[in-house]
Design a protein around this ligand. Structure first.
Ligand code: NAI
Length: 742
């Protein structure tokens, strides 16, 4: 069996997302809808989507469009037919009947339903179709969400299901978990329950939505959207439909019902068009006051909006779960109440919903971006602590058994859903050093691994220390959390800026340069294997590694100018060197500085390796993989391939034309200023960047060492950070997560 041609029926949110991911995997796909105009529009939307659903926009014609009336014969040619139409059983049944008549005998049919049981979907099929029919439940947005649940039943051809699983793992890059036909499968069953608990407990305990999101967020290893932010993102109306379906499908004894009751405030929000970010707003909304945008939060009692408040929980970034739930204040009580209920619910699903509790944890990672699932939370808290903390807890069999056996170390293997040798599995096997608060170092086989461990993996002295120490052996820099690194820790830099301690900033950035140079020139191979954001300082690590093996969903580039700085950890220097070696630069020595001026000046980013190569953020020698779980083994293979006779790169020598090319860049800046595309501060930043890229006070006959350019980078950085406008931009970015535009 092979999948070389796919038809997706239904070109809405999910059908488009699935088609785009097939296109990303170079698999021809046809999107069918009721009318061709609908699927055509969906194709255009895929092309324009942000964040982009396509890895390479040039491949858009891998997607063909049509309608179910005129083009249904294409279904007969497909190896895999994905049904992603509206969640209506009559429409789905009708389609299956038509599919059955034309499909190839060895094809697979799957539905993307999120709520209808497999047995209901297949109830009208004959045994032959039933054998080839399953649910493939993708998450939205398909390119970016790691989870795919395949729901199968006894009657299925097991080889086929296994084939589909491996196909989706290899080609579509998904973490595929095989589930039983139970309501909400694994991800939504626990994820939606968790959201409902977090919401209902917040209401019960009289917490504001900002408070609830602050706790049911990063401190618990949950994305910062928390619960109310996530509700707004998913759509409050869609969540109401999902709840209705759970209420219908689950037995009356299921405790899910306790948290799924209709909430008047929520009903009112939906009725008045406050359905979340896609509507007029939701629990949060953007309002305009005196011409300025203000984020407002709803009061759960009154339904009134007021400006959203930042919550200071007064905790360290690395607070343990035990410390969090042991706090005596309302935040600790809320955390305990929510976590304990989630753990109890998840464990009540063993063994009927799944016998592999690890699959629930991994589903929460892949489908909801949690850093750990309920069973890992239980292991971290300890069974004894969990059971004895609260005498009101009613134990289920799973917990009771662990408690009776006093089994505090029950967890066992991670990521049992895949045969791949993943970072998650290796972390359990490797020797680990945890003496550094910003990074873990693992020793494994013939290499070391460094994984950053700060918020968004921002870099500080400790992260650099870990890198420096680990470069005494072949090294892989990789992350299991969402981001590789969002850059240097600007909070840390701003602490010094507040005291006008420029010397301390200079020392810090210089240390960063030395660390990156150490990576670049060490006698051992350094391979970065990024996924998620690799921006600013994060990119500077990539550009100074020997090879990069990147996940296809990276976002990378040098964004320093957006906060009024320039890259000073070697990013400017190394980009200049890369472009200096280009064909165009052989003809015109001013080409490279101007090109890099353009790339760094605009803070350009690439949203995939395909986009990164033309900008030279990545090189042809670098590799990319669709499945994050393959990053480590791909990096390890590269070490084994390249380690024999490895020699660090030669130090570059630059010849730059100084004032000559600088004048060209200044002309560009002046034009942008005249056209109001940049302001005075932008001009200042541009001038400093131009000074560095032109080689400073030099001429084309003079040789400059790499260190000369590093020194110029650093000097420009220190001058820029002293500007009030730069500091204001950084502060704005740190508090909002977004750069200040103009
Ligand atoms: P949607 O409403 O965005 O799109 C549905 C599409 O199906 C529309 O373009 C509609 O014109 C088309 N359609 C309706 N009847 C059709 C027919 N007879 N033949 C061909 N096309 C037809 O819906 P969405 O959100 O994409 O959902 C699709 C499926 O995926 C549903 O079963 C839903 O439960 C499931 N799902 C949705 C998720 C989400 O986040 N939106 C997540 C996971 C699953």
């Amino acid at each position: 069996m092979n999948i070389k041609n796919v038809v997706v029926i239904g070109s809405g949110t999910m059908g488009s997302g699935i088609a785009a991911q097939l296109c990303n995997a170079n698999i021809p796909v046809t999107l069918l809808d009721i009318k061709t105009e609908i699927s055509e529009k969906a194709k255009n939307k895929i092309f324009e989507s942000r964040p982009p659903l396509l890895i390479d926009k040039n491949k858009i014609n891998n997607i063909k469009v049509g309608n179910i009336k005129d083009n249904f014969d294409l279904v007969g040619k497909a190896d895999w037919i994905v049904e992603a139409v509206v969640e209506r059983i009559d429409i789905k049944h009708n389609l299956y009947e038509k599919i059955s008549k034309v499909r190839k005998s060895n094809s697979i049919i799957s539905s993307n339903t999120s709520t209808i049981p497999l047995k209901v979907l297949s109830s009208k099929m004959d045994a032959k179709d039933k054998k080839d029919f399953c649910i493939t439940h993708f998450f939205n947005p398909v390119r970016y969400m790691g989870l795919l649940e395949i729901v199968s039943e006894e009657i299925n051809d097991a080889d086929k299901i296994n084939f589909l699983k491996i196909f989706c793992e290899e080609n579509l890059g998904k973490g595929v978990i095989i589930c039983k036909d139970t309501p909400g499968f694994l991800g939504n069953r626990v994820g939606v329950y968790a959201m409902q608990v977090a919401m209902t407990e917040a209401i019960k305990m009289d917490l504001s939505i900002e408070e609830a999101d602050a706790i049911f967020g990063r401190p618990m290893g949950i994305p910062k959207t928390g619960v109310f932010g996530l509700y707004d993102l998913i759509g409050i109306d869609l969540m109401a439909d999902v709840l209705k379906s759970f209420t219908k499908e689950l037995s009356t004894s299921d405790v899910f019902h306790q948290v799924a009751k209709e909430i008047p405030l929520v009903k009112n929000l939906i009725e008045t068009g406050y359905t979340g970010r896609k509507g007029k707003g939701g629990f949060y909304r953007m309002n305009k006051q005196d011409g300025k945008k203000v984020l407002e939060a709803i009061n759960l009692n009154s339904g009134e909006y007021s400006p959203s408040k930042k919550i200071d929980l007064n905790i360290t970034e690395t607070i343990s779960l035990k410390d969090l739930v042991s706090r005596k204040d309302k935040y600790g009580k809320y955390a305990w109440s929510v976590i304990s209920k989630i753990i109890l619910y998840a464990s009540s699903l063993i063994p009927n919903v799944t016998k592999d509790y690890n699959n629930i944890d991994e589903a929460m990672r892949l489908g909801f971006n949690w850093t750990k699932g309920p069973f890992e939370m239980l292991q971290e808290l300890g069974i004894k602590f969990f059971v004895e903390k609260d005498d009101k807890i009613i134990l289920n069999n799973f917990i009771k058994e662990l408690y009776d056996k006093n089994n505090d170390n029950f967890y066992g293997k991670r990521q049992v859903y895949t045969n791949l040798e993943t970072l998650g599995k290796v972390k359990q096997l490797a020797k680990v050093k945890k003496d550094n608060k910003s990074a873990f170092t693992y020793e494994y086989k013939n290499y070391k691994i460094v994984e950053f461990n700060t918020k968004a993996n921002t870099l500080d002295y400790d992260s650099m220390d870990a890198l420096k120490k680990a470069s005494d052996q072949n090294l892989i820099i990789i992350n299991e959390g969402m981001q590789f690194s969002a850059g240097v820790n600007l909070n840390y830099v701003m602490e010094f800026a507040k005291e006008k301690n420029w010397k301390a900033i200079e020392k810090f950035i210089h240390h960063f340069q030395i660390t990156c140079k150490k990576l670049k020139y060490s006698d051992n191979l350094v391979i970065s294997a990024p996924s998620g954001l690799a921006l600013g300082g994060g990119f500077e690590i990539l550009v100074q590694s020997d090879y990069v093996v990147s996940h296809t969903n990276i976002v990378t580039g040098l964004v320093e100018t957006l906060v009024g700085l320039i890259p000073a950890g070697g990013g400017t220097t190394n980009m200049l060197w890369r472009w200096t070696q280009s064909k165009e630069n052989l003809k015109d020595a001013d080409f490279a500085p101007q090109k890099v001026f353009d790339i760094i000046g605009y803070g350009k980013t690439a949203t995939s390796p395909v986009e990164a190569i033309p900008l030279k953020f990545l090189l042809e020698k670098d590799k990319s993989v669709m499945n994050r779980n393959k990053l480590l083994s791909a990096a390890e293979n590269l070490i084994n391939e390249k380690k024999e006779g490895y020699k660090p790169p030669k130090k570059p020598i630059f010849k730059l034309s100084g004032g000559q090319v600088r004048d060209k860049m200044l002309n560009t800046l002046e034009k942008l200023y005249r056209e109001n595309k940049i302001m005075e501060h932008g001009m200042e930043v541009g001038k400093k960047l131009a000074f560095v890229l032109s080689g400073g006070n030099t001429n084309i006959n003079k040789e400059l060492s790499e260190d000369d350019i590093y020194a110029l980078e650093l000097e420009a950085f220190i001058q820029l950070i002293q500007m009030e406008k730069t500091q204001a931009r950084i502060k704005h970015t740190l508090s909002t997560g977004k750069p200040l535009i103009n």
